[in-house]
Design a protein around this ligand. Sequence first.
Ligand code: NAG
Ligand code: NAG
Ligand code: NAG
Ligand code: NAG
Ligand code: NAG
Ligand code: NAG
Ligand code: NAG
Length: 412
Amino acid sequence: MSPLLLPAPVSISSWYDTLMQLLTALLALLGLTAATPVPRQSGLLGVLDWALKKKLTFNGDGEFKVVSFSDMHFGERYGDGTWASWGPEQDTNTTIVHSIVLDQEQPDYVVFNGDLVTGENVFAFNATGYLDQMYGPTVQRGIPFSSTHGNHDNANNITHLEEIEYEVAHYGELSYTRADVGPRPYGCGNYWVPVFASEEDWAPAVVMWFFDSRAFTSGSGDGPGPVPDAANYYWIDEKTVPQYIEGQSALMKAIWGSLPPSLVFVHIPFEKSDDLWSLPTMGDHDDDPDPASQGFLNNTYTGLDVPSFQAILNLSDGKNKVLAVTSGHDHGDSWCARSFNSSGLALCFDGHSGYGGYVTPHSEVRNGRVFNLKLSDLTASDGPKVETWNSYENRTTNDYVVLGPDFMKEYL
Ligand SMILES: *[C@@H]1O[C@H](CO)[C@@H](O)[C@H](O)[C@H]1NC(C)=O
Ligand SMILES: *[C@@H]1O[C@H](CO)[C@@H](O)[C@H](O)[C@H]1NC(C)=O
Ligand SMILES: *[C@@H]1O[C@H](CO)[C@@H](O)[C@H](O)[C@H]1NC(C)=O
Ligand SMILES: *[C@@H]1O[C@H](CO)[C@@H](O)[C@H](O)[C@H]1NC(C)=O
Ligand SMILES: *[C@@H]1O[C@H](CO)[C@@H](O)[C@H](O)[C@H]1NC(C)=O
Ligand SMILES: *[C@@H]1O[C@H](CO)[C@@H](O)[C@H](O)[C@H]1NC(C)=O
Ligand SMILES: *[C@@H]1O[C@H](CO)[C@@H](O)[C@H](O)[C@H]1NC(C)=O
C-alpha cells in the first residue's frame, strides 16, 4: 500500500472518550455529575475494534498457535551516538530469525513481547521506521499480531503510546493492540484479545491478556538523561490495571457465563519468577530475574506488582485457568515453572529473539516461544492445558512441556 493511502494516526481510544464525554454531558444536564462519575470500564473494551477486525478463530483442526517474540532491540548504535554497520546488520538478522521461526511454526498469531526497539538509541524523527522492519516478516505472511512494550520502548525519543498509535494507525488490519487503561504515555498498553472456537461463537474459547510493565531507559547514546517521574515505575500500574482486570472479567462472566482460560503476556516478569528460577525446569536459566523483575524501585522491592498478580490469579474461574504468564526482559531465561511460590500460576519466559540487546551463553541461538492451543486441551475434563516449546533460528525446537493440571504439581 502506498504510504499516502495509510490512515492518519488517531488517538486509539478517541471513540470511547467521545462517548464518555457525551454521557458525562448528559449526566451534567440531569444534574448527576458529581454523584455518578462515569467509570472508564463501563463496557467490554475493544468490542468496537472487533466489529471492524477479523474475528480470531481456531482452525478446522481445532488449533490456534501463538508465537511470542521478545527483546528484538531494533535500532541500536554506538554509545557515543555514532552509527556503524552492525546496528542495521543486527536488525536484518532479527528479521531472519522471525522469518525462520514463522515458517517453521506457521502460527495463527504473533506476540511482540516488549523491547521492540532500543529506544535510547533512536531518533524521534524516524524511530517508528524500526517498527516497520520488526513487523515485516509477520505482516508479509499476513499473520495477526499484537505487542506489549518494554523498558527500552520508553526513552527520550519514543514512548509506549507512540509505538501503539503507530502500530494501530499503520497495521490496524492485522494488529490487535490497544491502550485500554493505564498511565499515558508510558504505561497504557493494557488490553485483551478474544479467540473463538468458530465464527458463530459468542463466547471465546480463550482470551489473551496483554499488560504494560512500564519503566524507562534514559540516554540517547550521549549518556544517561533524567528519567521522568511519571515513567519511573517498573511494574504494571497498580492504580488502574487491577481494577480494569476485575471490571472486565466481571463483565465477561456476566455476558459469557464464565471466564475462558487465558494466556497473559507482559514484558517485565513478576517478582515471583525469582522464586521459581532455581527449580529444575527446561529452557535457559542464565539470568536471575531479581531485581530486574517487577516491583523494584531504586533497587528496593516495593511489592507494588502484587495487586496485578492477584488480579491475574483471579482470572482463574473454577477449572478455567490462566495457562501461563509469559515475559521477556531477561534474555537468558526461556523456562516455564510454577510452584506454591507463584500460587500455582505458570510463569514462562520466551527467551531472546533479537540480535540487539545483551546475549548470555545459552541465548546465542535466538528463539521464540510457541503456545499450541487445542480446543480438545482447553476443554479437557481435568482442566485446560496447553503445549509450549521454544523454536530456534537453527530450525530446531526444544523444551516441550504441557502447562496444565499436571505441570509441576509436585511443587504446589
Ligand atoms: C548476523 O548473523 C550472522 C549469521 O548468524 C552472524 O555471523 C553475524 O555476526 C550477525 N551480525 C550481527 C551484527 O550480529
Ligand atoms: C534514522 O536516521 C538515521 C540517521 O539519519 C539513519 O542512520 C537510520 O538508518 C534511520 N533509521 C530508520 C529506521 O530509518
Ligand atoms: C533524542 O533524545 C536526546 C536526549 O536523550 C535529545 O538530546 C535529542 O534531541 C533527541 N533527538 C531527537 C531527534 O528527538
Ligand atoms: C520458593 O521460594 C524460595 C525463596 O525464593 C526458594 O528458595 C524455593 O526454592 C522456592 N520453592 C519452590 C518449590 O518454588
Ligand atoms: C529513587 O532515587 C532517586 C535518585 O537517587 C530519588 O530522586 C528518588 O526520590 C528515589 N525514589 C524513591 C521512591 O525513593
Ligand atoms: C480477587 O477476588 C477476590 C474474591 O472475589 C476479591 O475479594 C479480591 O478483591 C480480588 N482481587 C483483585 C486484586 O482483584
Ligand atoms: C540449535 O540450538 C539449540 C539451542 O541453543 C541447541 O540446543 C541445539 O543443539 C542446536 N541444534 C543444532 C542442530 O545446531
